[in-house]
Design a protein around this ligand. Structure first.
Ligand SMILES: Nc1ncnc2c1ncn2[C@@H]1O[C@H](COP(=O)(O)OP(=O)(O)OP(=O)(O)O)[C@@H](O)[C@H]1O
Ligand SMILES: [Mg+2]
Ligand SMILES: [Zn+2]
Length: 510
């Protein structure tokens, strides 16, 4: 007796179709799994035998060979349990339902209850691309899977229940589509809580509008961390496509909230300076996404930047440039997206007073240089906007609540408008924001008037701007122009973009 079922495999973010073939013939009872299945798949046999017994099924023990096709692709993980188990049932003529266009994914426990799996969303999308009509998966993953349109989701609580469906003793129930609404962060935090700091706020607004990386430098207690925490309140809402991308990464990492599985708020990931490079950019035997990928389409916040291990920071260079990270292992290469807005904050020197208007810095030049050099020039070059956060003056801090600064809601409206301009400009391409303009398109997209050109030329010659910095200035100027609704980049736009690179000179290249 030969039968087949459909499974979906997963490695990193790459989900692929797998056909489970089973052949059963008379002979000494045995149960073999072939098709480049690693130890985690082999263990499936024990779980299946036990789950079937505990679900009241007496299977006909004969010589059973299961083959996972294509046999050339390595398979790892417990998600094949369900498809193999259904194949066993089918070979015993216990399946009446036509299952040719259904995929089965999920792990089973020994008692026949299903166990949730990581990466369900990614696998369901792959099943849809395979032309599957529906997917059976653990009920814990059903909400997450039910965000995908165009494929039916069938939640499985336990094997006994599944068997009744497969025998057509009970009707097949389809999970209802799941939708989610974003949280309003402003109930907790708002930009209006931050007094003064208009310059830093403007820089953050520009960064949010063009999805530019930003670093805030300033003495302690000036509100750097406070400002950073409020960035989510002004970021544009996520598109459904962005939501799916981020949810897929979180799904693979196994960090989705089962009741609220669709990630609809842009991530804001705060990383501790004790983080390892594997924690930051991803890693592990079976490569897992790092913080930079968990922050995909959102913010990665590195507070107290010089406290991070220098080598760990260096590993950010490639992913920051490419928006995707590849992790190679003997069993294959996993790729995770990481289009992020990097937000960093730091004090200017070890005693924290360097650059302060009134307080005196008592660090030696050498100490300051050593401190700042923990952030290498290539890392710094990837941060489009540098802004100094100075102490607020007494008038600002003591201002009564009637003179509160602008609320996040209003800032967000401008950010959303500038984002829309970008979405229209980049329609039909994979680019979403100005931060992603490729070098080849830079001059077409960042068209300047004559005054702007002249200013940039002069600055380039006089300030010794690097080629990478030049590109970044143009991209930031593009965003400043978009915020002011100008198609052409004008002198003031270039001028602000240059200002946002001047700390390089003040601190690093003194
Ligand atoms: N501009 C401001 N408006 C209102 N409150 C402020 C402002 N700046 C600082 N504060 C108050 O000071 C506290 C400390 O600010 P915050 O932690 O953001 O400073 P920081 O710049 O990150 O300092 P550090 O360098 O020590 O990390 C805030 O929680 C807030 O109560
Ligand atoms: Mg701080
Ligand atoms: Zn100092």
């Amino acid at each position: 007796m030969f039968k087949k079922t459909n499974a979906i495999g997963l490695f990193g973010m790459n989900a692929f179709p797998v056909t489970v073939e089973i052949n059963k013939e008379p002979g000494i009872p045995r149960f073999d799994i072939v098709g480049l299945a690693d130890a985690s798949v082999q263990e499936s046999r024990m779980r299946i035998e036990s789950a079937l017994i505990n679900s009241g099924v007496s299977v006909d023990r004969k010589k059973r060979v299961v083959n996972l096709v294509p046999a050339s692709v390595k398979k790892s993980g417990s998600m094949y349990d369900l498809a193999i188990l259904v194949a066993v049932l089918a070979a015993d003529r216990l399946v009446k339902l036509d299952i040719s266009r259904y995929a089965f994914i999920g792990e089973t426990s020994l008692n026949g209850d299903l166990v949730s799996i990581n990466g369900a969303l990614t696998m369901v999308i792959a099943a849809r691309e395979q032309g599957m009509k529906g997917v059976f998966l653990p009920e814990q993953n059903a909400r997450e899977a039910a965000v995908v349109e165009g494929i039916d989701i069938h939640a499985v609580k336990n094997i006994a229940g599944l068997i009744r469906v497969l025998r057509e003793e009970v009707p097949l129930i389809t999970a209802t589509r799941y939708k989610s609404v974003p949280t309003d962060y402003t109930e907790q935090f708002d930009f209006s809580d931050v007094r003064g700091q208009e310059n830093a706020k403007r820089a953050i607004e520009i960064a949010a509008a063009g999805f530019h990386n930003i670093i805030m430098i300033g003495t302690p207690g000036t509100g750097k961390s406070m400002l950073a925490k409020r960035i989510p309140t002004i970021l544009p809402l996520m598109s459904f496509e962005e939501s799916l991308e981020t949810t897929s990464v979180h799904s693979v990492a196994g960090i989705l909230d089962i009741n609220n599985p669709l990630v609809v708020n842009r991530p804001f990931r705060v990383v501790s300076h004790t983080a390892s490079s594997a924690g930051l950019i991803g890693g592990g035997g079976i490569p897992q996404p790092g913080e930079i990928s968990l922050a995909h389409n959102g913010v990665l916040f590195l507070d107290e930047l010089p406290e991070f291990d220098r080598r760990t920071l260096e590993t950010l260079r490639q992913p920051l440039e490419d928006g995707v990270i590849h992790i190679s292992r003997a069993i294959g290469k996993a790729s995770y997206p990481c289009k992020i807005m990097l937000v960093a904050a730091m004090n200017p020197c070890p005693c924290e007073n360097f650059g302060h208007q009134t307080k005196k810095c008592n660090c030696t030049d050498k100490q300051i240089t050593a401190y700042l050099s923990r952030i290498s020039q290539p890392v710094l070059d990837r941060i489009d906007i540098q802004v100094e956060v100075s102490p607020v003056n007494y008038e600002e801090i003591s201002a009564n609540s009637n003179t509160k600064s602008e609320a996040s809601k209003h800032v967000r409206e401008r950010v959303e408008k500038a984002r829309l301009t970008q979405l229209n400009r980049y329609k039909g391409t994979s680019i979403r924001t100005n931060s992603e303009i490729p070098p080849g398109l830079l001059h077409d997209i960042c068209e300047m008037d004559e005054d702007a050109k002249l200013l940039l030329k002069n600055a380039f010659e006089r300030l010794g701007i690097s080629a990478r910095a030049y590109d970044r200035i143009l991209k930031v100027a593009r965003t400043v122009a978009d915020l002011s609704g100008s198609e052409l980049i004008r002198k003031p736009h270039i001028s602000s973009a240059i200002t946002y690179r001047s700390l390089d000179k003040k601190y690093w290249n003194r």
